[in-house]
Design a protein around this ligand. Structure first.
Ligand SMILES: *[C@@H]1O[C@H](CO)[C@@H](O)[C@H](O)[C@H]1NC(C)=O
Length: 315
């Protein structure tokens, strides 16, 4: 079907239907409970990390300030997707208004871009700490830290505005074969020339994802070569332990994100992509606080102190 024919009558759409996981209707209640538990745990974990970073003096270093920002980002990130997804499991008709869909697309996309930038800022911080330890204090002062954190947020929202604003009107079918309003399914429903839109969306979004990705990879290549040159084994382990948590988080996030966005038009992968999307939308915010708090001596220490303070305060 040529795009012109299917889009001939430009009836404006007022709501969308999210098809979600229609393939498993008998599992709806179970999925609802699983995702409810995931949502509550994720919010609790990330809010705890944020509170530790803000209140504990020992965590007032750039690495943990960025971690606090990452946790803050992830509470927002998961809140743009999960509440509406949970409601979808319970409702028969999964309608979402065009405005609601658009807001979800906008905030989710902006937070994805911000997360990429913040992850590359965090790897830059590790790069300076490990490869140029003498200059760390000078280059990562409070001002630089504030500038890097705020430019991640501003940059993420600006970058995403360009792609999202071009999608303001929707024509054609109103059902979306996905569990939230994501860029790729929505581009296909745009009133503007769909080929042009696909080209715009699929050249711009990889650029916004690829640039921070390449910066992160470059930082880690330098970090790894520096670490390999350290003569003693304990020295090597010590240097690596400060960046290993971050490396794990980065690998999971980019691994799934790049597969989903690099093959935007491969329809055969649609179910695989839904599962991968679950990993980077739902599971990364859940595992990040776990990875950082279980692998990190300073966070564990801060957690223990906060726990005892809480217990003493309540006895
Ligand atoms: C985020 O970064 C800013 C700027 O460095 C910092 O002031 C703020 O405390 C951070 N937020 C959290 C929750 O750590």
């Amino acid at each position: 079907v040529s795009p012109d024919l299917s889009r001939g009558n430009q009836t404006s759409i007022t709501e969308f239907i999210l098809l979600g996981f229609r393939t498993f209707p008998e599992l709806e209640i179970l999925l609802f409970l699983v995702f409810l538990v995931i949502y509550i745990t994720t919010m609790a974990g990330n809010i705890l990390i944020m509170m530790l970073v803000v209140t504990d003096q020992h965590l007032h270093t750039p690495m943990y300030i960025f971690l606090g920002n990452l946790s803050c980002l992830e509470t927002c990130y998961i809140s743009t997707i999960l509440p509406s997804m949970l409601a979808g499991f319970l409702n028969e008709d999964r309608k979402i208004s065009v405005t609601g869909c658009f807001l979800q697309l906008y905030f989710f996309g902006s937070l994805v871009a911000t997360e990429c930038l913040l992850l590359s800022v965090m790897s830059y911080d590790r790069y300076i700490a490990i490869c140029h330890p003498m200059h760390y204090a000078a280059r990562m002062g409070a001002r630089a830290c504030l500038r890097l954190a705020s430019s991640s947020w501003v940059g993420g929202f600006l970058a995403n505005s360009i792609t999202t604003l071009s999608l303001l009107t929707f024509c054609g079918s109103n059902s979306i074969d996905h569990f939230f309003c994501d860029l790729i399914p929505l581009v296909k429903l745009s009133c503007n020339d769909p080929q042009l839109m696909e080209m715009l969306a699929f050249t711009l979004s990889p650029i916004f994802l690829l640039v921070p990705f390449l910066l992160t990879v470059m930082s880690y290549l330098s970090i790894i070569t520096t670490i390999l040159k350290i003569p003693s084994t304990t020295g090597r382990q010590k240097a690596f332990s400060t960046c290993s948590s971050h490396l794990i988080v980065v690998s999971i996030y980019y691994g799934t994100l790049l597969i989903v966005y690099m093959f935007p038009t491969a329809h055969t992968l649609i179910h695989v992509k839904k599962v991968l999307t679950i990993i980077y939308t739902v599971l990364t915010p859940l595992v990040n606080p776990l990875i950082y708090s279980l692998r990190n001596k300073e966070v564990k220490e801060a957690l223990r102190k906060a726990f005892w303070k809480f217990m003493i305060g309540h006895c």
